[in-house]
Design a protein around this ligand. Structure first.
Ligand code: MV4
Length: 500
């Protein structure tokens, strides 16, 4: 592959093209009418507009994208995450067109796209599962018996599910039938498939996932774990590697299970196996994501591996360029998703203009972003505008570094999750590692941030300092201070308002 097309936008398109450039591979960007002025369009060697803003008319048009690849002479397509990345038909269509899909086979995507299929495949390789069923529920009476034998509370889950859709907690036998029906109808509406299964409900679990890579020759490695428990409505906000709670033995056991799950569908490329981990560090297979994930960067920081480079390497048909023994965990990395969302208003998307955008710099800081100062954040796509990753030799230092970087990160014009992130990583729970998937719901209150008030307090502090200096200068006959000026960027004369 001398030239690849990136079937994505924003920060991940930039991320992929940077590696391609380092590898001497030319890049083709495809973009929607709303994205014409985005950095990723300029960064690419070539860029082709593929339609209007709506994803369904641009980034989801598989056939059109393949046509552009052929026309521009691209030999491979990298789908990034989201959009077409876990679409088995797209993977197949790319291969059928004589191009290389930089990702897994259609077969792997298909097997793992069905949660029931994934459980059946992984179970054959002795991957631990939450007690439950591995067949679609047929008969409600039969299902009721299984539920009783497992014991309440249980979860009803949609096989085609994702993001918590079609998932219902059932606390007792009386609600069972009703909740099964509700889950089925939600699943049918959302996914066009009403297969559901049941599992014992694990209360307050941690969400820990294993990054793995496989080549087309049956070789596999695991690149350790990412702890992703800090999430809200199934939207991750903070991820870190390694997890602060795993032991080397459990890490190894989980890594080997993840590889077994990948083997069960002849997986190749980069993939992630998600586990639920309970308070006794029992772990259970949840599902497999057959794509490069948003949070892959923390794994890159602690392993020194460029996952995109390795994806391209195995997509070319080469063997993995490293073995399990080559991999070591080095240091600690924490990622905060910087989303155009308002933590004061239920984390609802907050679109608008990036009036000021100054990302942080300095030791151990990586910012993967896709917008620039002056741009409008479009309403059509994911609200994530950047990922802020802090890396250091210890977890405590990584937390301190992340906080320092959040203070340096200067965004005006939209609300973001930056202040939320600073609050979260400084809580006792986060510092001590004692948190689970219920963390935000249980502990977060918007008044902990109080950004506006804090800004007003700082202006007041600066004003009083100014007046004090002025009075002092006048009383000792020194030259008067210049007139007071508060500028739009938050500077009061020479003093910039220190952002917390
Ligand atoms: C569970 C669970 C507890 N017990 N399964 C949520 C989305 C879907 N991918 C799986 N999910 C869960 N499955 C059993 N048997 C709790 C969750 C869950 C969750 C999992 C990972 C990260 C965040 C979560 C938030 C709420 C519920």
């Amino acid at each position: 592959m001398q030239k690849i097309l990136i079937a994505n936008r924003g920060e991940i398109a930039m991320r992929i093209m940077r590696t391609a450039k380092e590898m001497g591979i030319k890049t083709v960007a495809v973009f929607s009418e709303a994205d014409r002025n985005m950095p990723f369009v300029r960064y690419a060697d070539e860029a082709v507009c593929i339609g209007p803003a709506l994803s369904s008319q641009s980034y989801l048009r598989g056939e059109k994208i393949i046509e552009v690849a052929i026309k521009t002479g691209a030999e491979g397509i990298h789908p990034g995450y989201g959009f077409l990345s876990e679409n088995a038909s797209f993977s197949k269509a790319v291969s059928d067109a004589g191009l290389i899909f930089i990702g897994p086979s259609a077969h792997s995507i298909e097997v793992m796209g069905s949660k029931i299929g994934a459980k059946q495949a992984a179970k054959k390789f002795n991957v631990p599962m939450v007690p439950g069923t591995e067949e679609p529920l047929k008969d409600i009476e039969e299902a009721r018996k299984v539920a009783e034998s497992i014991g309440f509370p249980i979860l009803v889950k949609a096989s085609a599910g994702g993001g918590g859709k079609g998932m219902r907690v059932v606390n007792n036998e009386a609600e069972f039938e009703e909740q099964v029906r509700a889950a089925k109808s939600e699943a049918l509406n959302s996914f066009g498939n009403d297969d559901v299964f049941i599992e014992k409900y694990v209360g307050a679990p941690k969400h820990i996932e294993i990054q793995l890579m496989g080549d087309q020759h049956g070789n596999y490695v695991y690149l350790f774990e990412r702890e992703c428990s800090i999430q809200r409505r199934h939207q991750k906000l903070i991820e870190e590697a390694p997890s602060s709670c795993l032991t080397p033995d459990i890490r190894k056991a989980m890594g080997e299970c993840a590889v077994a799950a990948a083997r069960s569908c002849n997986y190749y490329g980069a993939g992630t196996v998600e586990f639920l981990v309970d308070e006794h560090l029992n772990f259970y297979f949840l599902e497999m994501n057959t794509r490069l994930q948003v949070e892959h960067c923390v794994t890159e920081m602690i392993t020194g591996i460029d996952l995109v480079k390795e994806q391209i390497n195995v997509a070319r048909g080469n063997k993995l360029s490293f073995s399990q023994d080559d991999l070591k965990i080095n240091g600690h990395a924490i990622e905060l998703r910087v989303c155009a969302e308002d933590p004061f208003n239920n984390f609802l998307p907050d679109t608008g203009k990036l009036e000021i955008y100054q990302p942080p710099k300095g030791p151990g800081i990586r910012v993967d972003d896709g917008y620039e100062e002056g741009m409008d954040i479009p309403i059509f796509y994911d609200p994530m505008i950047a990922k802020l990753i802090a890396y250091s030799s210890t977890r405590d230092e990584a937390i301190d570094r992340l906080c320092r970087a959040i203070d340096e990160y200067y965004v005006k014009g939209i609300q973001t999750t930056l202040e939320f992130g600073k609050w979260a990583v400084q809580t006792e729970q986060f510092r001590s590692g004692k948190f689970d998937t219920k963390f935000i719901d249980n502990y977060f209150k918007p008044e902990y941030l109080n950004k506006e008030n804090a800004d007003a307090e700082q202006v007041a502090a600066l004003l009083s300092a100014y007046i004090w200096e002025k009075d002092k200068n006048q009383s000792n006959g020194a030259t008067a201070l210049p007139p007071l000026a508060i500028e739009a960027n938050g500077t009061v004369n020479k003093w910039k308002i220190n952002r917390r």
